[in-house]
Design a protein around this ligand. Structure first.
Ligand code: FES
Length: 167
């Protein structure tokens, strides 16, 4: 079965004919050719596919495109350009927040969503005290970014880039 889905992707309206079984990840990559969003595990375990939907970070491999009628989707391609990078992109370059780079789009999209969560006062999921004040310490960032795996182990540099941006 197929459906027509209208959404905004990186600020541009798109109308797509999608297989009802297609993940949002596959539609972004294969129909819209937005290949900046990566497929690692395709089962919600690595975070390589992290994008922003209506400002919230999600794993694009775990959701069906057909569920996002009217949504506003932002991928790494929509965050910045070579001429005008997003501050997190600049910080990742400055701190070498990657090695192979495969996880980087997901790391950056996730960090954008995470900093917004902190800005809205959302407590850490892993916090024992739900009333605890979130702090953008390196420890807090590691905890909040734990859904994004880097097999190269560039975590210290990734965290440094996010700490700088969060300040
Ligand atoms: Fe979606 Fe790994 S590809 S979490």
């Amino acid at each position: 079965l197929e459906s027509t889905v209208s959404m905004e992707v990186n600020g541009r309206p798109v109308v797509l004919q999608v297989d009802n079984r297609s993940s949002l990840l596959d539609v972004l990559r294969e129909q819209l050719r937005l290949t900046g969003t990566k497929k690692g595990c395709d089962q919600g375990q690595c975070g390589a596919c992290t994008i922003l939907v209506d400002g919230r970070r999600i794993n694009a491999c775990l959701t069906l495109a057909v569920m996002h009628e009217g949504a506003s989707v932002t991928t790494i391609e929509g965050l910045g350009t070579v001429a005008q990078p997003h501050p997190l992109q600049t910080a990742f370059v400055k701190h070498d927040g990657y090695q192979c780079g495969y996880c980087t789009p997901g790391q950056i999209c996730s960090a954008v969503g995470m900093l917004d969560e902190i800005g809205r006062g959302m407590p850490s999921f892993a916090s024992d005290d739900p009333a605890a004040t979130p702090q953008t310490s390196a420890h807090e960032i590691r905890e909040r970014m734990s859904g994004n795996i880097c097999r190269c182990g560039a975590y210290p540099n990734i965290v440094a880039a996010i700490v700088e941006t969060s300040g």
